[in-house]
Design a protein. Structure first.
Length: 150
């Protein structure tokens, strides 16, 4: 139903931003994990993960496209397409006492930058709050419309 499309759009954004916050929390929790995967006979540090989102495509049926055009479509929301690994190289930190140190005393550390993660978390939180505000505004408008009928 078209009158609930604003709820669906806000709900899809809330779900996507919640996943983004979960991924940021995982990155922060693994910021010092030097043994995340065992690849080719050696341990590899944790790799930072990022969420990729895109706008939801409209349903391809003719009737839904016609209805969208007649009503002035406002969009379908957002969806997460994938979670990708960051391609930045691992950090080399000099710590000869670490159990994973190489012959020169360097340890490969995850490519997680806590400052970037805090900024991403703040951005996701603000987007989540904005969508909660939009959802509450839509709800208030529907309640006022129902009061008119009394």
């Amino acid at each position: 139903m078209a009158m609930f499309s604003s709820f669906n759009i806000s709900a899809s954004a809330l779900t996507a931003q919640r996943l983004r916050m979960d991924v940021v929390a995982s990155n922060i929790a693994n910021a010092t994990t030097t043994r995340a995967q065992y690849v080719n006979g050696r341990w590899v540090p944790y790799q930072r993960k990022m969420v990729v989102m895109e706008a939801k495509a409209a349903q391809p049926s003719f009737s839904s496209m016609l209805e969208d055009r007649m009503q002035g479509s406002v969009g379908q929301g957002v969806r997460v397409t994938q979670i990708v690994n960051d391609s930045e190289p691992f950090k080399r930190v000099y710590n000869p006492t670490h159990p994973d140190a190489d012959e020169e005393g360097y340890v490969l550390m995850p490519n997680v930058d806590l400052l970037k993660e805090q900024v991403d978390l703040l951005d996701a939180t603000r987007a989540y709050e904005a969508n909660v505000t939009a959802l509450n505004a839509s709800k208030a408008m529907f309640l006022k419309a129902l009061e008119i009928g009394r």
